[in-house]
Design a protein. Structure first.
Length: 662
């Protein structure tokens, strides 16, 4: 494409604005993450046009191509990375700093998507604290730029008449992989190139169509073009408004924004493209889109990092506006000068970019993986009790996916007479309950799975993990069958994150083996599932001990521990919270996650069933005015917003009337 299309900058404006306002938690933009998919299609269209045209004319140069990509991507990325890391040096303690140095390193290497895929973990620090999370999409695009030119050149050499069919076939395979993996391995489907390449492939196909027809237009009919443009806009805006974080993605849900973007790219002469998308403000935001995408997330992530609890939508929106101003500075003084630089040949520029990048990568890698130089940042080591629950029992907690129960001696002792079942909240209680029951002569087996309450006649569906319901049911069948068949097991302890199962608006639901009538409240489904499970265990002669859930928090206690070690972070936190930060040891109920509905259901089940022993944990921590969240030595009871630390689990079980062995 040899001319500038104003409407493409307008389309970029829609994409970046939707992403930024989604991150600012503005409700009308609950599906704003699809803006990334819009960018993917645009990139495929523009890059596909360049590579195809030059390859067809026999003048494609890898040096020229990658020099252009370096001028476009690296200056702003390096600037934002260095400024962000400089701020991190001042704000972060050693452990945090190492983690974010690694993220910055992979961002510069174009491997962020792989880094975040591999480092994703249920118990890991919340990703929304990582100031480089937004670079995952750059990694996908940069990897696409590596593979597209040689593929097109190879096809032009071997089968020049089949370029379109080859790209279409590869894109179809990528789409199929995305459809399959979104239900089986959603993290891989979201982050990795093979399941995202079809989105850029859609843009490449449109570029190939343009090369063949002389125009990207799918029809010569002006009225039909207007209809296609309107449909395209609806297919882009609709997901931005109606999707949310519970939408399985990418999968089939990504087809709508990808198709919508392709339709808008194919209708440059429509009124929507010539008027709405070509408006001056739209074009300006589109030109700033790359820098705005880079600057908005570090600002929001660092705001979250120093805030006591989740920042308000108003505060994050303010960060969005500030980042737009920073984006203009980046575009004006970083992007533009480097893109216009032509004093060196492409080869010399590429060598200079590569050399500078190598120096940065070596320096950051040395800091990330080697010992940090004393004095770079004040050490704020977290106490071990605040870092994790019980690492020696990690294998007893099955993560998302097809992980089977661990029946090894570590998790399931041969002489086990009691079992603890449930989800990750059960796992956080495991070590403490095992020690408490050992004093009563009851060796404890442990079997838990993420987001998987121990139901005998039901399972739990999780919107973001489409295959989870079957995986959870399979896990529970294996564990419960073993318990029911083992006469040595006397006691079965059950606990879980009950609130997440029944609260309206949560991202999961109970599925009974015998489907309930449509519209049945989640509380009723949960009560039926738990009651039938308890009755099934009691029928096999087991004593069932039902543990209530611990109180949750609306802040991250580990971040608070780090903040307490930094005067600057404490000052920033006070400014962001209006000067009022609660005491670490006692939290008013305003900072406690409400779970009264779940407790009411458990109370009712315990009252209706004979023989079940119900031990509520909430009352161990909370009164009518607030909850104790640390002990007298300042040791935290939580490792995050709702999982107990070993200290917290010990406190929860203290003085509870646990039943003795038979």
């Amino acid at each position: 494409m040899k001319y500038y299309r104003q409407d493409i900058d307008g389309l970029r404006a829609i994409a970046v604005t939707s992403v930024v306002l989604f991150h600012a938690t503005l409700t009308p933009f609950s599906g704003g993450f699809v803006g990334v998919d819009v960018f993917f299609v645009i990139s495929g269209f523009l890059i596909g046009d360049i590579v195809n045209r030059e390859a067809a004319e026999g003048r494609f140069s890898f040096t020229t191509f990658y020099a252009r990509r370096a001028r476009r991507i690296l200056p702003a990325l390096v600037a934002v990375t260095l400024v962000t890391l400089a701020i991190c040096l001042v704000l972060l303690e050693t452990g945090e700093l190492r983690g974010y140095l690694k993220s910055g390193l992979f961002a510069l290497l174009g491997l962020s998507n792989i880094h975040f895929f591999l480092s994703s973990d249920y118990f890991a620090a919340a990703s929304h604290f990582d100031p480089f999370l937004m670079t995952w999409s750059l990694g996908v695009e940069e990897q696409f730029y590596v593979f597209l030119p040689p593929i097109l050149l190879l096809v032009y050499r071997l089968a020049p008449r089949h370029v379109f069919a080859t790209v279409a076939g590869l894109s179809a395979l990528s789409l199929l992989g995305g459809l399959l993996l979104t239900t089986r391995e959603p993290q891989a489907a979201f982050y990795l190139l093979p399941t995202r390449a079809w989105e850029m492939g859609a843009g490449v196909l449109l570029a190939l169509w343009q090369a063949r027809r002389g125009s990207p237009e799918l029809t010569r009919s002006a009225p039909l073009g207007e209809v296609l443009a309107l449909a395209g806009l609806a297919l882009v805006i609709g997901p931005i408004v109606f999707y949310d974080e519970t939408t399985p993605f990418p999968g089939s849900a990504a087809i709508l924004p990808v198709l919508g973007t392709a339709l808008l790219l194919s209708t440059p002469g429509s009124r929507i493209n010539r008027s709405l998308l070509s408006l001056g403000p739209m074009r300006m935001i589109g030109m700033l889109s790359y820098s705005w995408y880079l600057t908005h997330w570090p600002l929001m992530a660092l705001t979250r990092l120093v805030s006591f609890s989740d920042p308000s939508t108003e505060l994050l929106s303010l960060m969005a506006v500030i980042s737009l101003g920073l984006a203009y500075l980046s575009w004006r003084f970083v992007e533009q000068p480097f893109r216009r630089a032509r004093s060196w040949s492409d080869g010399r520029q590429l060598a200079a970019y590569g050399g500078a990048l190598a120096v940065l990568v070596i320096g950051i890698a040395g800091a990330a993986y080697g010992p940090l130089r004393p004095g770079v940042t004040p050490p704020m080591p977290l106490p071990q009790h605040a870092r994790n629950a019980a690492p020696e029992l990690a294998s007893c907690q099955a993560r998302y996916g097809n992980a089977p129960p661990d029946f090894s001696e570590t998790c399931w002792p041969e002489d086990a007479r009691a079992v603890l079942l449930g989800d990750s909240h059960a796992a956080s209680m495991g070590l403490s309950l095992r020690r408490a029951l050992a004093e009563r002569g009851l060796p404890l087996a442990l079997a838990s799975k993420s987001s998987c309450p121990a139901f005998l006649t039901a399972t739990r569906a999780v919107d973001s993990q489409p295959a989870h319901a079957e995986q959870c049911a399979r896990f529970n069948r294996r564990v419960l069958d073993r318990i029911l068949a083992d006469p040595q097991i006397e006691q079965v302890y059950m606990t879980g994150y009950w609130k997440s199962v029944i609260t309206p608006g949560e991202t999961s639901r109970v599925l009974l083996n015998t489907p309930a009538p449509a519209g049945t409240p989640e509380e009723e489904l949960f009560a039926v599932a738990l009651t039938e499970t308890i009755q099934g265990l009691q029928a096999a002669g087991k004593t069932v001990i039902l543990l209530g859930d611990n109180p949750g928090l609306d802040y991250d206690p580990m971040q608070q521990a780090r903040t307490r070690g930094s005067g600057l972070r404490q000052w920033l936190q006070r400014q962001l919270s209006g000067g009022h930060v609660p005491d670490d040891g006692w939290m008013p109920l305003s900072h406690i996650a409400e779970d009264a509905d779940a407790r009411a259901v458990l109370d009712e089940i315990a009252a209706d069933l004979d023989g079940v022993i119900y031990l509520p944990l909430y009352d161990q921590f909370c009164s009518d005015t607030g909850c104790q969240v640390a002990d007298a030595q300042g040791r935290f009871f939580h490792v995050d917003g709702h999982h107990l630390s070993v200290t917290g689990a010990d406190f929860a079980l203290k003085d509870l009337p646990l039943p003795a062995a038979r």
